[in-house]
Design a protein around this ligand. Structure first.
Ligand SMILES: [Zn+2]
Length: 268
């Protein structure tokens, strides 16, 4: 009998301990899991929010623009050789095209003819150049390019030189230095810089473009490092070919059907 009593006590005790252990483990899991998930969700959300600001920009180009802006945020010097090397490393034709878009349009592309914001980017086959986009205005139906009605349109000097000049101006005030590096006349460089300051309404490169750090400082201090890492991971995942927004075909068709031409014939 004392043996049975002992066994019954033992069973109860071990059951109690088991339950308690399970409960503890569960509590620990409860505490750990959701916190981790919430954090990851926040990272993901912030990465998407940032990317949503630049839906048409290839991630590779977006990162290079981030770094180009960081370079031009350093104090200006008379002979910015190091900055020049950094710029040349990151500025390719896609970055030159994207810089022009960021500077000229910011977040809103407007029709140069009627200032409508109802704009559609044309298909890749209809582009002037893979890096200079062509658009159609859904209000007046003219087509135009990123460089339409600008001095860059003539390609003399080429867009790349314009943009290299612009980025260099972010690192030095020495026209002499810039003209030597670009192999252009002092007076031409001066003219180019004045012109870009005027049409971009800015004193230095990428004023309206928010780097990831700037965006993160504004919207989510805590996750800065994690988001940056996620952004890099996402870039690797998606590869180079990304972010082509699908055409809004419904809106396109609707607008086109409503359009009656520049001089609608009076109904008889
Ligand atoms: Zn228009």
């Amino acid at each position: 009998m004392p043996n049975d009593e002992f066994m019954s006590y033992f069973r109860k005790a071990s059951q109690y301990l088991d339950n308690n252990e399970q409960k503890n483990v569960q509590e620990k899991e409860d505490k750990k899991q959701p916190a981790k998930d919430t954090q990851q969700d926040k990272h993901k959300e912030q990465v998407s929010q940032y990317l949503a600001q630049y839906p048409n920009v290839n991630l590779d180009v977006l990162r290079n623009l981030n770094e180009l802006k960081e370079i031009t945020k350093q104090p200006k010097t008379d002979e910015p050789d190091e900055a020049l090397a950094g710029i040349e490393q990151r500025l390719g034709m896609p970055e030159a095209g994207e810089t022009l878009r960021q500077e000229r349009w910011g977040r809103t592309i407007k029709c140069p003819e009627c200032t409508s914001e109802q704009i559609q980017k044309l298909a890749a086959s209809e582009q002037k150049d893979p890096n200079i986009y062509r658009y159609v205005c859904l209000s007046c139906w003219i087509t135009f390019n990123d460089d339409s009605n600008t001095e860059m349109e003539t390609e003399l000097p080429p867009l790349y030189t314009w943009m290299l000049c612009w980025y260099l101006f972010g690192c030095t005030n020495s026209i002499q230095y810039i003209s030597t590096k670009l192999g252009l006349d002092h007076s031409l460089v001066e003219m180019m810089l004045k012109y870009m300051q005027k049409i971009f309404k800015a004193e230095k490169p990428l004023t309206n473009f928010l780097t990831f750090d700037e965006w993160s400082n504004q919207y989510g201090k805590t996750y800065k490092k994690a988001i940056k890492e996620n952004l890099i991971k996402k870039e690797v995942l998606l590869g180079r070919d990304t972010a082509e927004t699908p055409a809004d075909t419904h809106e396109y068709k609707k607008q086109k059907n409503n359009y009656r031409g520049p001089n609608p014939k009076p109904r008889s």
